[in-house]
Design a protein around this ligand. Structure first.
Ligand SMILES: NC(=O)c1ccc[n+]([C@@H]2O[C@H](COP(=O)([O-])OP(=O)(O)OC[C@H]3O[C@@H](n4cnc5c(N)ncnc54)[C@H](OP(=O)(O)O)[C@@H]3O)[C@@H](O)[C@H]2O)c1
Length: 249
């Protein structure tokens, strides 16, 4: 039987590139893309026309726990075993957020918004979807984090809300990895850094990034899937970059 993957945040950016890369892999019988607006998404329309029933859409907003629970139940009814879940959804700017340069810029509402999407949403996904990944075969639960969420690697400062929310995400996912290792022995849980990728999220901040360090979404997706393919059970709970190198907490 073929594999089934779910990409949350599949509407655009790295998530959409991951959906496209997974659909190009014949090992996957079914690829589900989840997001807030799934009917209106033109890329989804094109993928549905090209891939028919191999491509599925699922409505999911990371800030709506009841909706996450409903989405998990809906997917479980259609495809009970999931081999790969990648949550790419994240927020750096917009929705009232603008990365802080100094303490004076700290806004509690913006901090809470960043935590809601970048930290709380990912662990709610683990809470409601982990049973679909616990079926005795190898399965991976990966969440896109960011190197700037590393406390040990923080030398530049700034970006308080995003850094702190991604650090919290890493801690939450590591804690889930420890718990799930006891109950789902073939499940690997990791946080991944995709590199600096040409998407809406990075657009205002990549002026100083050298061309060779700026990845296309398709390249980032290819690298992330290669890292995921190489993960062994003892990698669970780790934080890895697009090249497979571990990142300090
Ligand atoms: N791009 C980079 O250079 C870079 C670097 C390091 C880490 N990352 C991380 O990589 C991940 C993907 O980033 P990207 O560059 O692809 O960003 P992007 O192009 O801005 O896409 C962000 C995605 O997150 C989704 N999203 C935001 N809030 C959501 C919510 N409440 N519920 C469900 N989905 C939500 C968006 O969905 P909608 O279409 O509905 O808005 C969209 O699919 C993020 O976690 C980001 O922090 C990116």
């Amino acid at each position: 039987m073929g594999l089934h993957a779910l990409v949350i945040g599949g509407t655009r950016g790295i998530g959409l590139a991951l959906v496209e890369a997974l659909l190009a892999d014949p090992a996957y019988d079914c690829v589900t893309a989840a997001g807030r607006q799934i009917e209106e998404n033109q890329s989804f329309g094109i993928l549905a026309a090209a891939h028919g029933s191999r491509f599925r859409r699922l409505r999911l907003d990371l800030c709506d726990e009841a909706g996450i629970e409903t989405a998990a139940a809906e997917l479980k009814a259609a495809c009970p075993a999931l081999h790969l879940l990648i949550n790419t959804a994240g927020l750096l700017h917009g929705d009232g957020l603008s990365p802080e340069r100094r303490l004076a810029d700290i806004d509690p509402v913006a901090l809470a918004t960043s935590y809601a999407v970048n930290a709380i949403g990912p662990i709610l996904v683990a809470k409601h979807f982990h049973s679909l990944l616990a079926h005795g075969e190898r399965a991976v639960l990966a969440t896109l984090s960011a190197r700037v969420g590393s406390i040990g690697d923080n030398r530049l400062g700034g970006w308080y809300a995003y850094r702190a929310a991604k650090a919290a995400q890493n801690q939450l996912m590591r804690t889930a990895a420890i718990e799930l290792a006891r109950r789902a022995r073939e499940l690997i849980v990791v946080s991944l850094h995709p590199g600096t990728v040409e998407t809406a999220l990075s657009a205002p901040f990549r002026g100083n990034v050298a061309a060779e360090k700026l990845f296309t979404p398709a390249f980032a997706a290819e690298r992330l899937l290669a890292v995921i393919a190489g993960l062994t059970k003892d990698a669970s709970g780790g934080f890895y970059a697009w090249d497979g190198q571990p990142i300090p907490w």
